[in-house]
Design a protein around this ligand. Structure first.
Ligand SMILES: C[S@@+](CC[C@H](N)C(=O)[O-])C[C@H]1O[C@@H](n2cnc3c(N)ncnc32)[C@H](O)[C@@H]1O
Length: 237
């Protein structure tokens, strides 16, 4: 029997919309802004964007990745990036929480150590809660004292009220996604196709998608491909 999808959780219809955003001075859409992410988030009106991506530059990653055999070039590029301590990550998350509309989504990139140890404590004082997880298979492997790293993880967080019905409109995204990515531009570049699918599931054409620590600006590329409007920055531009 054909499943009735019109008014079910599997519907492709989004029943929420985003307010029209009057762009604050100093923010240009669809560009690689060179700016501190906290300053950027402070400029955004409250409850104004439906979707955010955040890929923190964890201070602890350098220790966990100090396998000594990663290749001098990539190690040096990683070490040159400004690292984020827990307090700064919490400040980013509070800023993103404020900018998201009710039922808006944050896609938070984490490594396996954060998946195991949990990111729940980072969410205190926000309206964000974990609703899903996607494993990204990079199709190439890095180093590791025990197993060799081949995956990273995208935690799907939603602001209150948390629901999929009438909000999440694409239902063929699998929770394991394979996509190779060139690290030529940035040692932490994330997969453009996956990010495009995720943003398309929770926004409409021309809606704003933000990324306050954008690195190689893979989210800008995904937004361009999906007809969304990108707003974001990196300390390095
Ligand atoms: C893990 S990388 C992001 C990679 C990105 N998702 C991509 O696909 O290329 C984190 C980035 O945060 C940036 N960063 C660190 N502190 C920042 C801050 N206070 N404001 C903005 N960007 C910051 C670093 O320069 C680095 O490029």
């Amino acid at each position: 029997m054909k499943r009735e999808t019109r008014n079910s959780v599997y519907s492709g219809v989004r029943r929420i919309s985003s307010p029209k955003l009057a762009l604050p001075p100093g923010l240009q859409p669809n560009t690689r802004l060179k700016m501190d992410g906290i300053e950027f988030l402070g400029k955004l009106p409250a409850k104004s964007v439906p979707v955010a991506f955040f890929d923190p530059q964890y201070r602890g990653v350098l220790d966990k990745l100090s396998y000594g055999n990663e290749g001098a070039n990539r190690g040096q590029r990683r070490a040159a990036l400004v690292q984020m301590g827990k307090d700064l990550i919490l400040e980013f998350l509070r800023g993103i929480d404020a900018a998201l509309i009710p039922s808006g989504h944050l896609f938070l990139w984490v490594d396996k150590f954060h998946v195991c140890e949990g990111v729940g404590s980072w969410l205190a004082g926000t309206e964000l809660g974990i609703v899903d997880l996607v494993t990204w298979d990079k199709e190439t492997f890095g180093m590791g004292y025990r197993t060799r790293r081949r995956a990273e993880y995208c935690v799907v967080l939603q602001k209150l009220p948390r629901r999929a019905k009438g909000v999440w409109k694409i239902h063929n995204i699998t929770d394991v996604h394979s996509e190779p990515v060139s690290r030529r531009d940035h040692p932490h570049a994330k997969p453009v196709d996956l990010q495009g699918k995720l943003m398309s599931a929770v926004s409409e054409e021309e809606d704003y998608v933000i990324d306050p620590a954008a690195g190689s600006f893979s989210v800008l590329e995904a937004a361009r491909e999906c007809g969304r409007t990108f707003l974001g920055c990196d300390l390095n531009g």
